[in-house]
Design a protein around this ligand. Structure first.
Ligand code: SF4
Ligand code: FES
Length: 251
């Protein structure tokens, strides 16, 4: 199959260009296999990220014929007879060829404090247990592998570069919904600001693109509802969402 790969070294090249390679394939040749064939047999200078080969590390996201996909999860047979065009994830700056700059996403993800904030009023019972029902509240959102496909799919990420974006907001909702977490009051101001939740126009492209069934669009709508409820509740219960208040505006 003819596989066209975008090549670009920003420090050397004026513009990105597509380079065509002929790749032998069978029914079980993945797109990542094709890239590794090109690197091993045709052009060792081609640059891309990958690690697990099983749709779990989240590092092999590319645009395949214009759609964000995991390279290890897609097969060449899907694109037969070709050509298949492989480009770096949209809405991201290119560092080299198919490698994009992760820093803006990592900064947004870290900003929502995606970890458990313990109960400031006391030590939890040994093991900090929770019931299956309590885990079900956030389980779907915990399946995110930070692959950034949702950022490549989202038109608002392209328009508002400071928008927190689908996966970071989903991570915030995931922890806010966790019965062991008491960090909602710290996360809410970040979510409930101009570049937080509100650029989302509920296009839903993030959920369509997600390879793990996370449904970030639903997480964002739940967070919008929680932020709105918090705003309304503030009138009748001032300071209800102060640090340590478990249920203050809980998503
Ligand atoms: S929400 Fe889905 S598409 Fe977005 S980073 Fe997580 S796993 Fe990837
Ligand atoms: S190589 Fe890990 S998700 Fe594809």
């Amino acid at each position: 199959m003819t596989v066209e790969v975008q090549r670009y070294r920003p420090d050397v090249d004026d513009t990105p260009r597509l380079v065509s390679y002929e790749v032998p394939w069978t029914q079980d040749t993945s797109v990542l296999d094709a890239l590794n064939y090109i690197k091993d047999e045709l052009d060792s200078s081609i640059t891309f990220r990958w690690s697990c080969r099983m749709a779990i590390c989240g590092s092999c996201g590319f645009m395949l014929n214009g759609e964000p996909k995991l390279g290890c999860e897609q097969f060449l047979r899907t694109y037969a007879p070709g050509p298949l065009r492989i480009e770096p994830l949209a809405n991201h700056a290119v560092e080299r060829d198919l490698v994009v700059d992760l820093e803006p996403f990592m900064t947004k993800l870290a900003a929502v404090e995606p970890y458990l904030h313990p109960d400031p009023t006391g030590t939890p019972e040994p093991g900090n247990l929770q019931t299956p029902e309590q885990m079900t509240r956030y389980g779907q959102f915990a399946a995110c592998i930070n692959c950034m496909l949702c950022y490549a799919a989202c038109p608002q990420v392209g328009l508002a570069t400071d928008f927190l974006g689908p996966a970071a907001i989903t991570a915030a909702v995931r922890y806010n919904k966790d019965s062991r977490d008491f960090g909602n009051a710290q996360r809410l101001p970040l979510l409930d600001q101009e570049d937080g939740l509100w650029p989302c126009t509920f296009v839903g492209a993030c959920s369509t693109a997600c390879p793990k069934g996370v449904d970030p669009a639903a997480a964002i709508q739940q967070a919008k509802f929680a932020a709105t409820m918090d705003w309304a509740t503030e009138f009748v219960m001032p300071h209800h969402g102060a640090p340590g208040a478990k249920d203050g505006g809980h998503a």
